[in-house]
Ligand binder design. Structure first.
Ligand code: PXG
Length: 465
């Protein structure tokens, strides 16, 4: 058996990594120079690197390890499923118990009549499914011109050609000729950066009505769907004003537009309910799920579809699917993960205990001289850094300069807190304890203080003109 537990020395791993491993969203040459940090083990909320350092993971990996690391039950579920049936497909009139059980479990957990599940390997390809599904839905209903999908600037929906086109990240569109046709983007509900003189409530309505204007511009007969994350995650935890989602729902209903809630980050307890749609009062026709579905222990994603959409799609052959749609091992792992989330009351505890505690701690950052806005929803949160709180200014330095400095100080303090441009963000495992939250906040405060001193020393505490 190949066992990697007794690994090679760090320097050797780093040089082999630089020689052969191409990293996502990374400048390979720069990384090769700095050397990657090699993570070898993890337990609870703590990672261990190849030098034995212990790191507090305030990002739950990539927003996914909701039940925390090191749960033997999931390992056992994978092991036993591999023994029983390591693989079989779900094409051509076949199925298997884990995929059947999981589809039923997801249908029971998701709200409204989201009762039908099309499986994928992760969030990106689930969103690719959604692109094809909503266009096929309208074509089958005799409205083939309803093709355009409206999304938002600074949205993240994945990295495949389709999902990155749905996303609103300009640097992604610039590589590889994106977006694909018939996808457009409206403004995001990011009050701090774009709200101007409006109150957050006014801006929420204003940002939502951009959808109505876009539908009118395109013509309702040409629009298939609107897709959005309940809270934009990778976009820097943009929590919309309270007025935003009800207005979006009204517009989708009135204009016969399918609503796709991308719950890849918000799902499975992140916002304090099982789904972000419940937290924000959204009634989607389709939900994208991944990440917390298996707590990242095995790759799996899905589109969860309403009775009506499923009935239309099922009325013809949907020529779509992945070799690993409903992979039995991933399904078994996801089922065990959902059992733990449910039976251990993890989502409930987030709502009543840990998220309120995190909020209390996180709000203390509002007094820090570098912090312009504190954003939080359940167990995902951001600190918007600024050189001038009063004017909500951006830094004169290139976006991300300050965020990178702060991120590096966090990393140096064995805290994984990510930056998105000049926001610092967290999304810890949902099982994080109050004392771990205290520790995380202490380390983050120190990193912010060090960042502030560095900015002063280097003359970077300057607002953009
Ligand atoms: N939708 C949303 C809302 C996501 O956050 C995807 C879809 C794509 O899922 P897959 O499983 O195909 O990656 C995501 C993924 C980051 C980061 O650094 C965020 C994601 C992925 C990688 C990095 O914030 N989100």
């Amino acid at each position: 058996m190949t066992r990697l537990f007794n690994h090679k020395p760090t320097a050797e791993l780093q040089s082999l990594d630089a020689a052969h491993h191409m990293h996502p969203f990374t400048n390979g040459a720069q990384l090769a120079e700095k050397g990657t940090r090699v993570i070898t083990r993890a337990q609870g909320c703590t990672l261990t690197d190849s030098d034995g350092a212990e790191i507090l993971d305030a990002m739950a990996g990539l927003w996914c390890v909701n039940i925390g690391y090191g749960r033997d039950e999931l390992a056992r579920a994978a092991f036993e499923q591999m023994q029983e049936l390591p693989y079989y497909n779900t094409f051509f009139q076949t199925s298997h118990p884990p995929v059947i059980e999981l589809a039923q479990r997801i249908a029971a957990l998701t709200p409204f009549d989201l009762n039908h599940v099309f499986f994928a390997n992760g969030g990106s390809d689930a969103n690719d499914t959604n692109i094809r599904m909503v266009r096929t839905y309208w074509a089958l209903k005799g409205k083939p011109s309803k093709k355009t999908i409206i999304s938002r600037v600074n949205a993240y929906h994945g990295s495949t050609v389709g999902a990155a086109s749905l996303g609103g990240m300009t640097p992604m569109h610039e590589q590889g000729g994106l977006p694909i046709p018939d996808i457009t983007h409206i403004k995001q509900p990011h009050w701090w950066a774009e709200g101007g003189e409006m109150s957050p409530e006014e801006f929420g309505l204003h940002a939502a009505r951009a959808l109505e204007r876009e539908i009118e511009r395109l013509g309702q007969d040409n629009v298939a769907a609107f897709i959005a994350e309940p809270v934009q995650g990778a976009g820097a935890v943009i929590v919309p004003p309270e007025t935003y989602w009800p207005e979006i729902q009204r517009i989708c209903d009135e204009h016969e537009i399918l609503l796709i809630a991308d719950e890849v980050i918000c799902g499975f307890g992140r916002t304090g309910n099982w789904f972000g749609s419940q937290t924000f009062g959204i009634r989607p026709d389709i939900m994208t799920i991944a990440k917390g579905l298996s707590s990242g222990y095995a790759p799996i994603g899905a589109s969860v579809v309403s009775d009506e959409v499923a009935a239309v799609i099922d009325s013809a052959e949907f020529n779509h699917g992945y070799t690993y749609s409903g992979h039995p091992v991933s399904c078994a792992v996801a089922l065990e993960n959902l059992r733990i989330l449910d039976e251990e009351g993890i989502v409930e505890r987030v709502k009543t205990e840990t998220a309120p505690y995190l909020r209390e701690k996180w709000m203390t950052f509002a007094d820090h001289p570098l912090v312009g806005e504190v954003r939080i929803s359940g167990m995902m949160a951001a600190l918007q850094l600024t050189p001038d709180k009063a004017s909500r200014a951006a830094f004169a330095a290139a976006p991300g300069t300050v965020g990178t400095i702060c991120r590096d100080f966090c990393f140096g303090a064995n805290l994984i807190m990510r930056h998105v441009k000049d926001s610092m963000i967290i999304s810890p495992p949902l099982v994080i304890t109050k004392s771990e939250i205290d520790e995380m906040a202490d380390r983050a405060h120190k990193a912010l203080d060090l960042t502030y001193d560095r900015l002063k020393d280097e003359g970077l505490l300057v607002a953009a003109g």
